[in-house]
Design a protein. Structure first.
Length: 260
DNA sequence: CTCGACTCCTGTTAGC
DNA sequence: TGCTAACAGGAGTCGA
């Protein structure tokens, strides 16, 4: 599923959509309109204008429009961004391997004949007008030890819940978080405020390292743990059977031996 | 404050 | 073989 890394790929794809006149907005799936806006609002905002800049905070991709407004694109679990029919990502984890144009939930045409669309089988993405980027926490690429301490705060919530809280740290999804905690050798169920300073430092280090490394490798599904996140999977570090449970409704895998 | 339960959604797959 | 139910997880709401 698209986590911050995938949306960063999408942002780079979106660079190809800049400074091209938008001729018309084709489809906007009803489920994509979640702030009381209508298709007409989107059309009025975009048609005749062009995108000028890209921005991204966590999993939110923002395209600024030549009229001073902006639109925010959210990709849910299975959304991919296509510009001129081409996506930075061919197939997504947990999504379909098929590639059906009928899954285009948001699409527009440029005057030069090109297109931009979000192809999303499960319809969990969204299009927002002038999204408020400040409700999101520090971007996953910008995490430092001090911003991590601020994000964890004095919270007694489970550590994994805090890491996935987009208002604290923006862009970490389920797979990245499991990978990071596995590398950090910390149990995801630990209270966020129970970490010793060396654990906080270790966690900050592995957030930075993991995000950087998996960006090079090709996405949030390319971690060392991912292939073993199945029932009966063994820890790739020490061979111990992985534990499977849910935190905040999200499937979690961790190693009972070295994640303490 | 924190939590689980429920909602949205649909292609894929495990299991009978 | 064919059907059904569970599953995947990002994001939001609600009540305890």
């Amino acid at each position: 599923m698209p986590e911050g890394i995938e949306v960063e790929y999408y942002r780079q794809t979106a660079l190809r959509a800049l400074n091209r006149e938008i001729r018309l907005v084709g489809t906007v799936d009803q489920n994509y309109l979640r702030d009381g806006h209508s298709l007409i609002d989107i059309k009025n905002l975009l048609e005749g204008n062009s995108f000028e800049f890209t921005n991204r905070r966590g999993k939110l991709l923002v395209l600024s429009v030549s009229n001073g407004m902006s639109i925010g694109l959210r990709f849910g679990m299975t959304g991919r961004l296509l510009v001129d029919g081409v996506s930075a990502i061919e197939t997504l984890e947990y999504s379909s391997t098929k590639n059906e144009p009928k899954w285009d939930r948001f699409s527009l045409k440029f005057s030069d004949g090109g297109t931009l669309s979000i192809r999303d089988p499960r319809r969990l993405g969204a299009v927002q007008i002038n999204p408020d980027i400040e409700v999101l926490g520090v971007d996953l690429y910008e995490v430092t030890i001090s911003s991590l301490l601020k994000a964890l705060g004095g919270s007694s919530r489970a550590l994994k819940t805090c890491l996935m809280d987009q208002s604290k740290i923006a862009g970490l999804g389920n797979l990245l978080t499991d990978e990071i905690l596995w590398r950090s050798s910390i149990d995801p169920r630990r209270a966020a405020n129970s970490l010793a300073y060396d654990e906080q430092k270790r966690l900050a280090y592995h957030i930075r390292q993991t995000v950087k490394q998996l960006t090079k490798l090709g996405g949030s599904h390319t971690g060392k743990l991912q292939a073993h996140r199945v029932t009966g999977g063994l820890c790739p570090k020490d061979g111990e059977p992985l534990e499977r449970y849910t935190i905040g409704g999200r499937t979690t895998y961790s190693c009972p031996l070295h994640q303490i």
